[in-house]
Design a protein around this ligand. Structure first.
Ligand code: PMP
Length: 403
């Protein structure tokens, strides 16, 4: 029976990560998989997460009963407030915004996509070119039949192709879902400006059959400021849009393997909340029945406890400022080496990734000759850089560009 199964294509990011792990060279550097690393190049359990875990372990009132299908309410409410800004958000105050707990950001996108396809009949979705590699697969597997891209990256200017994006949205057929990165666009690290978000909002107001699906995987992690990283989502809520937003707590809490996420829905009318929740319940029930507990308890405890919350904000500051330092360090070194091309985009981009502009040939050279692992697109995870390996990486880039 199984002899008819063809080998599927590898998932690039995991394949590159494996190649790094298999490499025995002492100076190897991993800039592939999107996870935070300390200055010692080690994974980081946020101290606030350790504290929360200790408190949870000591709490004898907690047990391992099933959570409700739509998750832990103290978590979903806190996560939705973190995204939308609490009761100062009119949709929250009017009871027409709510969240459901999901299996990290991916799970939120998947549940949302299934709902849009099954309940509202959407077939077409747009993702940015380029985007996080899972958007396409995930929407297709949710039943969407028409995958399209919108222009996003201008390789010449190494910045957003805003006119292209705008034009593609203008020309999108009715009933399309538009996936928009809420902040720290993966992989380019380039977000629209406030003015550009406002232009998009004006356009989308005139195209009410287009549905906005924000993907927020880096709130707080990107700039260190939770409000700033939620700007676009809050602005669209304030402008009266209906939308969904997936939230991941993988990066900003360092809870990658706990699979903790939230899907926020902002509706126009509070009376629609109950039926929409009932349909989401059926989707989740058939998919994994109920979500896991551990990450939800940690995030809920931290977001609802003023002292832990302040401690957490310090942790995201630590992560985002280390990334900014690494951006500066890499740019300075490349400029000092007089590496051909301009490198200002490295400090202008934000978040975990930088889209270096290196071509696949140069990438292959860097990997094979210098043991520095990155994606074919030239995307690098800034967190893989440390003061100790910056010179090695800068020299590798210089060598590839000038060879
Ligand atoms: N969206 C984007 C843009 C991402 O970069 C990521 C993480 N790589 C995710 C969603 C979801 O990640 P997770 O499922 O681990 O929360």
């Amino acid at each position: 029976l199984f002899s008819s199964v063809e080998q599927g294509p590898p998932i690039e990011v995991f394949a590159v990560n494996k190649a790094f792990l298999d490499d025995t060279h002492p100076a190897k550097v991993n800039l592939s998989v999107g996870a935070y690393r300390t200055e010692e190049c080690k994974p980081w359990v946020l101290p606030v997460v350790r504290d929360a875990e200790k408190r949870l372990a000591a709490d004898d009132s907690l047990n391992h009963e099933y959570l409700p299908v739509l998750g832990l309410e103290s978590f979903t409410q806190a996560a939705t407030s973190m995204l939308l800004g609490g009761s100062e958000c009119v949709a929250v105050a009017e009871g027409r915004a709510f969240g459901i707990q999901t299996l990290s950001g991916t799970g939120a996108l998947r549940v949302g996509a299934e709902f849009l396809h099954r309940q509202l009949g959407y077939q077409t979705f747009y993702y940015s070119n380029p985007t996080w590699e899972n958007h396409g697969l995930l929407f297709k597997n949710s039943g969407f039949t028409d995958a399209r891209t919108y222009r996003y990256w201008n390789a010449k200017t190494r910045s957003i192709d805003f006119d292209g994006m705008y034009e593609d949205f203008e020309n999108a057929p009715d009933k399309s879902v538009l996936i928009l990165h809420a902040c720290a666009h993966n992989p380019t690290g380039c977000d629209p400006t406030k003015e550009q978000w406002s232009k998009l909002a004006q356009l989308l107001k005139s195209r009410p059959s287009l549905f906005i699906f924000f993907d927020s995987a880096y709130q707080g992690f990107a700039s260190g400021d939770l409000e700033r990283d939620a700007y676009a989502v809050r602005y669209f809520a304030q402008e009266g849009f209906e939308f969904m937003c997936s939230q991941s707590f993988a990066k900003n809490f360092g809870l990658y393997n706990e699979r903790i996420g939230n899907l926020t829905l902002v509706l126009r009318n509070a009376s629609q909340v109950t039926p929409v929740k009932s349909q989401l319940t059926l989707i989740v029930r058939a998919m994994y029945s109920t979500p896991p507990n551990h990450g939800a308890r940690i995030v809920s405890l931290v977001l609802n406890d003023p002292t832990l919350y302040e401690q957490w904000k310090q942790c995201i500051q630590t992560m985002s400022s280390r990334i900014k330092q690494m951006r500066l360090g890499l740019r300075e070194r490349l400029e000092k080496l007089n590496t051909p091309g301009s490198w200002n985009h490295i400090t202008e981009q934000i978040g975990m990734f930088s889209y270096t502009g290196l071509n696949p040939d140069q990438v292959a050279h860097i990997v094979s000759q210098h043991h520095v692992y990155l994606l074919k697109s030239g995307r690098i995870n800034m967190c893989g850089l440390t003061t100790g390996n910056l010179d090695h990486v800068a020299n590798a880039i210089h060598d590839a560009v000038t060879k």
